[in-house]
Design a protein around this ligand. Structure first.
Ligand code: ADP
Ligand code: MG
Length: 369
C-alpha cells in the first residue's frame, strides 16, 4: 500500500533562524538477517530536533533491529541513515557506534553491578577530567531525582531507581539522539506511569531527540509528539497520537491503536450504508462508490435501554470506571460500547445505539469498488 509520511514542519529557534534540518533521517532502510529474515523492509522516516518519536508494533515487527541500525550496532543491508544531516550508515561506510553520539537504554537496563551509581553514570565520560566529570555526574543525579544516592550499588536500588541510573548513564555523554527500547516494560504499572512522565520531562528539558520503541499503545500515546506504526519492518502510518487513533489508514493500525469493530459497509453517492443504517461521508467525492468496512471504536458508541432498540447486550466486561459491553445486532454482527459503570445494564437488555458520525472511519477493500 502507499503510505505518505508527513514531514514535520521546520523548527525555528526564537531568533527566527532555521535549525539545520532533521535530527535523524532513515532512507529506504533494509535489514536482512542471514537466513533471509527481512526485519526492516524499506523504512523511510525523518525525525526533528528535540522530537519525542515512538515506533510502535507487536513483538517481532523490527523495533529493536531499527534501533540497533540507528545506533550502529548492526549494519544495514540497503539504504542510508543520517544524523544531523551527516550520513552515518550507507552503502559504502558506517560511522562506529561510539562516534555517533547516540545513547541507548535497553529493556533490561544492565548496570554494572560492581560499580556505584556515580561510577555507572560516569562510565561513558571516563575520558573527561576528574573534576568536571564529578560535576556532570552530580548534575545528572539531580536531573533524574537521585541526588544523594551516588554511593549506592545497583542491588540496593529499586527497579525504578535503576532505570533512572541507566537513563542518566546514557545522558552523560550528551547524546544527540536517545534510543529507548521498551525501557519501562520490566516495571510495575504505577511506577511505569510516573517514570515515563519523568523520562519525557528529562529528555525534553535536555533537548534530546528521542526514539522510543514499544508495543504499549498507552506508552506511545502519552509520551510522543508523533507515533509510527511498524508492520513487519514497514511503516504503515506516521502521525500524532490523535490522528493515528481516530484516522487509522488500515485495519492493522486500527487494531494496534485501540479496540475497534468493523462492520461490512458500502459507499454510494456520498453516504455509507451499513446494517445499522446510513451515515454521511464528509471526505468522499459525490458519485464515488466502494465496498469496505466501517471502523467503529467502543468509545464512539453509547447505548441506552430501549424495548424497540436495534441491539441486545450479550456481554459486559467491568473495567472499573467503565464497562465494555458486547452488543449483538440484528444481522448477527457484534459491536462494542464503552459506557460509564455507575448504572450497569444487564445482559439480555435491548438497547438503542448512538454514534457520533464524525468518528466513523470507512476503509475500502483493497480491490476497490
Ligand atoms: P521487535 O524488537 O519488534 O520484537 P526484532 O527487531 O527483535 O523485533 O526482530 C525482528 C525480526 O528479526 C524477528 O523476526 C526476529 O526473529 C528477527 N531477528 C532479530 N534479530 C535477529 C538475528 N540476530 N538473527 C536473525 N534474525 C533476527
Ligand atoms: Mg525488541
Amino acid at each position: 500500500m502507499n503510505v505518505s509520511i508527513r514531514q514535520a514542519p521546520e523548527i525555528r529557534d526564537p531568533s527566527g533562524h532555521a535549525t539545520p534540518g532533521p535530527a535523524l533521517e532513515l532512507r529506504d532502510v533494509y535489514k536482512e538477517y542471514p537466513g533471509g529474515v527481512r526485519a526492516v523492509d524499506g523504512l523511510t522516516l525523518s525525525i526533528e530536533q528535540g522530537e519525542f518519536f515512538s515506533l510502535m508494533g507487536p513483538s517481532g515487527c523490527g523495533k529493536t533491529t531499527t534501533l540497533r541500525l540507528i545506533a550502529g550496532l548492526d549494519s544495514l543491508t540497503a539504504g542510508s541513515i543520517a544524523i544531523s544531516g551527516v550520513e552515518v550508515s550507507g552503502r559504502t561506510h558506517a560511522v562506529p557506534p561510539e562516534e555517533r553520539r547516540v545513547g541507548v537504554v535497553f529493556q533490561d537496563y544492565a548496570l554494572f553491578p560492581h560499580m556505584t551509581v556515580a561510577e555507572n553514570i560516569g562510565f561513558g565520560i571516563h575520558a573527561m577530567p576528574r573534576q568536571p566529570r564529578g560535576i556532570r555526574v552530580a548534575d545528572l543525579l539531580d536531573l533524574v531525582g537521585l541526588a544523594g544516592l551516588d554511593g549506592k550499588y545497583p542491588h540496593e536500588l529499586s527497579g525504578g531507581q535503576r532505570q533512572r541510573v541507566a537513563l542518566a548513564r546514557s545522558l552523560a555523554p550528551s547524546p544527540r539522539i536517545m534510543l529507548l527500547d521498551e525501557p519501562f516494560s520490566n516495571l510495575d504499572a504505577e511506577l511505569r506511569a510516573s517514570l515515563r512522565e519523568e523520562t519525557r520531562a528529562i529528555l525534553k528539558a535536555s533537548g534530546t531527540t528521542t526514539v522510543l520503541v514499544t508495543h504499549d499503545r498507552e506508552e506511545a500515546f502519552s509520551l510522543s509528539d508523533r507515533v509510527g506504526l511498524l508492520n513487519n519492518g514497514r511503516l504503515d502510518q506516521v502521525g500524532a497520537a490523535y490522528d493515528v487513533y481516530h484516522y487509522p489508514v488500515n485495519r492493522y493500525v486500527a487494531e494496534l491503536t485501540g479496540k475497534a469493530d468493523f462492520l461490512p459497509a458500502e459507499i454510494r453517492n456520498g453516504r455509507i450504508y451499513t446494517s445499522l443504517g446510513e451515515f454521511p461521508t464528509n471526505d468522499r467525492p459525490e458519485g464515488h462508490s466502494a465496498r469496505g468496512e466501517l471502523m467503529i471504536r467502543p468509545d464512539d458508541v453509547s447505548v441506552a435501554p430501549d424495548a424497540n432498540g436495534t441491539g441486545v447486550i450479550c456481554g459486559a466486561e467491568f473495567l472499573g470506571g467503565s464497562i465494555l459491553y458486547a452488543l449483538e445486532l440484528p444481522d448477527g454482527e457484534r459491536l462494542h460500547a464503552l459506557m460509564p459503570s455507575v448504572r450497569p445494564i444487564s445482559a439480555g437488555t435491548r438497547v438503542t445505539l448512538h454514534f457520533d458520525p464524525a468518528h466513523l472511519v470507512f476503509m475500502a477493500h483493497e480491490n476497490g469498488s
